[in-house]
Write a new protein. Structure first.
Length: 281
């Protein structure tokens, strides 16, 4: 019999997952605690979830946060997709590498530096535009800006995988630029676009540092609100809210899995069809 080899990498992976998920399940467990603290479990209750849904201010902040995340991810995905295409189709290699490097710098820059930079920028804009104030617009613009590089990095690999002969075949068949973009390029890039959107949505949803710098005028997000409440003392309403957000994240991951699987199948099928046409030409 062939013995299975002892794998340290498997043990390490299990250790990492346990280390990451134990605090989450600990938080979820105490969201049902009848007591008002996380030191001992005194009994099961739904009281903290009831208090959560009766807190209109917190519910309003949750809605604001998700609207901000959906909108910023949508706009960042649109800009980032065409930005990735612009980088990929840049003819000069040095220019292409420079653009990609500038994009990557924003990925590795500390959030504190980015947040402070946006604060300085919006303060200057406030001096020029009298009606401009820190609030929803400033947070939205900031989230779009730091989400664009993420989308670019998600879409670029799909562009590199794409067979350019499909585009040549489509042009030989009489397709114009819009038809090539809508019928060839965009369907093939769909898995990368979806991945970029979900990544941008996640980054926007849990961002704290940048949002902390640029928020104002009565607008706040969930991460900033949790930070403010945590300074006053731990409330199990936050545990209940975090539990619901975690469940929502699981639903998003499962939905992304099925959507990306279907779109990948369609993209591969479309690629085979155009490759056959290209061979015949």
């Amino acid at each position: 019999m062939r013995r299975s080899k002892f794998s340290w990498s498997t043990i390490y992976l299990i250790f990492v997952f346990v280390l990451l998920y134990i605090p989450i399940f600990y938080l979820i467990f105490y969201s049902f605690n009848q007591g008002g603290n996380m030191s001992s479990f005194t009994g099961f209750t739904w009281e903290h979830y009831q208090n959560l849904f009766s807190d209109r201010r917190l519910i309003s902040i949750v809605v604001q946060t998700f609207v901000l995340a959906f909108l910023s991810a949508l706009l960042a995905t649109m800009i980032g997709t065409f930005g990735a295409m612009g980088i990929y189709y840049t003819r000069k290699r040095n220019s292409r590498n420079m653009l990609l490097g500038l994009n990557n710098i924003l990925m590795v820059s500390p959030d504190v530096i980015i947040g402070a930079s946006f604060l300085i920028l919006f303060t200057m804009l406030g001096g020029v535009l009298k009606n401009f104030q820190l609030g929803f617009v400033s947070v939205l613009l900031s989230h779009i800006a730091f989400s664009i590089p993420i989308v670019v990095l998600m879409v670029l690999p799909k562009l590199k995988e794409m067979n350019d002969s499909m585009i040549d075949a489509a042009r030989d068949l009489g397709a114009n630029n819009f038809q090539v973009l809508s019928n060839i390029i965009m369907p093939f890039l769909t898995p990368g676009i979806i991945a970029g959107y979900f990544m941008a949505f996640t980054y926007s949803l849990d961002d704290f540092a940048v949002t902390f710098f640029v928020t104002g005028n009565g607008f706040t997000t969930l991460s900033v609100e949790i930070y403010s409440r945590a300074r006053q003392g731990i409330s199990l309403e936050i545990n209940a809210l975090s539990t619901l957000v975690f469940i929502f994240s699981l639903v998003l991951v499962v939905g992304y899995y099925f959507i990306s699987r279907d779109t990948s199948k369609k993209a591969r099928k479309r690629k085979r069809e155009f490759e056959e046409v290209a061979v015949l030409k």
